[in-house]
Design a protein around this ligand. Structure first.
Ligand code: CTP
Length: 453
């Protein structure tokens, strides 16, 4: 019996797939098809696959040409499968010509001509046109945005705006995108805006972008006052536009798994959370010299508050900030201590004091611990009373992690997400309120000064 194998994602099953499978079957007597898992596709940069693995497998089976379906979940698997299933012919479409010649040592390799003018990518993009995103701000984080955005299919970085025209021009040249000196022209060229400008400018930019009918994803902290967050979410709703706060941790798969396990009852009722994130910065850095809005808490607070707000909620009874200040009064290290009706929490962050970055969630039946960099969650453990009873969990965190929030942003705009936002509006509002409280208590700002930012 001649055994044939082929692989693919087979998303939005189309004629090209059908014809490929038909001809693959004709190459032998028995056809095995490897269908890729979502996780594997993500590592290959295919982030916007529409159909679930189950649907894709069903569609492959329905073609009627397939004798056996297997799952492809890792690089290097093809070679092992060929040996394991004693394959005679390996085949794929001609878009891969040459790329699998290394398998010729083990079996025959056939590249079948690809069917013209059809692909899953084309179909995915037909339903929803490419989202043109513009960047406001040209700092470090904006530099990370472009390579990450490239990995999200259906999204294109169109241009950049910065009131400092020269910075915008330099940035645009570096990344081969357009730069705009006028905000109006910039808005006219994009469907959505990524805001990566200094914290205190976020509110005005978000407001004007929403008023111009643009979707918005804004770097954390989105705004520095509760009322501003409420107002902007209400405006987004009126304008029928999506507004996302980009705290990257909230969207990454590992962190979501961790939150799911914490909520599942596996460690009982949650009674204490300790989250710490420190990152030493030079005393001359923007973060430690911007007297009004710099400092540890505005820079890193969103990360350490996130698990607390998500798991214990927004209805804390007390919050207290203890701070170690530098010579210019900015906080080099901050501890926010919370008291909830049934729990305690501390959120610790520092730009001028180094500590062990860790997330510890204690419950009535056990605890979860994730070591640094837990804010890019890729590994955590669940412990119980018996010290040898440890469960280990891991997940991928790829690159700078912005791809996850961008992919979710795009799916939400396209109406493909039914669940609530991974970072809900209520949670974002709670984060803004904590920033406001902190700045009021610790920046010695007058009320007028603060409100007039
Ligand atoms: N294929 C084909 N003709 C097409 C599209 C795909 O012969 N028009 C083949 C591919 O070469 C591959 C198999 O079908 O051997 C599965 O391809 P897959 O990557 O799932 O399909 P695409 O439509 O190419 O998907 P995408 O656009 O996401 O890359």
């Amino acid at each position: 019996m001649k055994k044939v194998i082929t692989y693919g994602t087979f998303d939005l099953f189309h004629e090209g797939h059908y014809r490929l499978l038909q001809r693959a079957k004709q190459l032998g007597d028995y056809l095995i098809v490897g269908v890729t898992t979502e996780e594997y596709d993500q590592t290959r940069g295919k982030l916007n696959v529409v159909d679930s693995l189950m649907t894709r497998i069903e569609n492959v089976k329905k073609s009627g040409f397939v004798d056996e379906v297997i799952i492809e979940s890792a690089q290097g698997q093809k070679f092992r499968d060929i040996k394991k299933y004693q394959i005679d012919v390996f085949t794929v479409g001609s878009d891969w010509v040459g790329q699998f010649d290394y398998l010729k040592e083990y079996c025959e390799v056939v590249y079948l001509e690809r069917t013209r003018d059809i692909s899953s990518t084309m179909l995915r993009e037909q339903g929803r046109h490419i989202l043109r995103v513009g960047i406001i701000g040209t700092g470090r984080i904006a530099e990370r945005f472009i390579p990450e955005a490239k990995l999200v299919s259906g999204l294109n970085t169109q241009g950049v705006y910065n009131p400092h025209v020269d910075s915008a021009k330099r940035f645009a040249e570096r990344w081969s995108i357009d730069s705009y000196a006028s905000l109006e022209k910039f808005y006219a060229a994009v469907d959505a805006v990524y805001i990566a400008s200094p914290h205190e400018t976020h509110y005005e930019y978000i407001k004007s972008a929403l008023e111009h009918g643009k979707h918005v994803i804004c770097e954390k902290p989105m705004v520095l006052q509760r009322m501003q967050a409420e107002e902007l979410f209400a405006l987004a709703k009126r304008q029928n536009r999506i507004l996302f706060e980009g705290v990257k941790t909230a969207y990454c798969p590992g962190f979501n798994k961790l939150m799911g396990i914490a909520c599942s009852g596996m460690i009982g009722n949650i009674r204490n959370i300790e989250a710490c994130f420190t990152k030493l910065e030079s005393l001359a850095s923007r973060e430690l010299t911007d007297i009004k809005y710099g400092g540890s808490f505005t820079e890193l607070g969103s990360y350490v508050l996130l698990p607390i707000i998500k798991l214990l909620g927004c209805d804390y009874q007390q919050v207290r900030f203890d701070v170690i200040r530098g010579e210019n009064e900015l906080d080099l290290f901050t501890k926010a201590s919370f008291v909830y009706p049934n729990g305690l929490a501390t959120a610790t962050c520092g730009l001028g004091v180094k500590s062990e970055g860790r997330l510890l969630i204690s419950g009535t039946k056990g605890y979860i611990v994730a070591e640094a960099p837990w804010w890019k969650t890729s590994y955590f453990e669940v412990h119980h009373e018996n010290p040898s009873d440890v469960e280990k969990f891991s997940d991928r965190f790829l690159g700078d992690g912005l791809r996850y929030e961008l992919s979710d942003f795009l799916s939400t705009i396209n109406g493909n997400r039914e669940s609530d936002f991974m970072l809900s509006r209520g949670e974002s509002i709670a984060l803004a309120e904590l920033m406001e409280r902190f700045l009021r208590e610790h920046r010695c700002m007058s009320e007028r000064d603060h409100l007039g930012n």
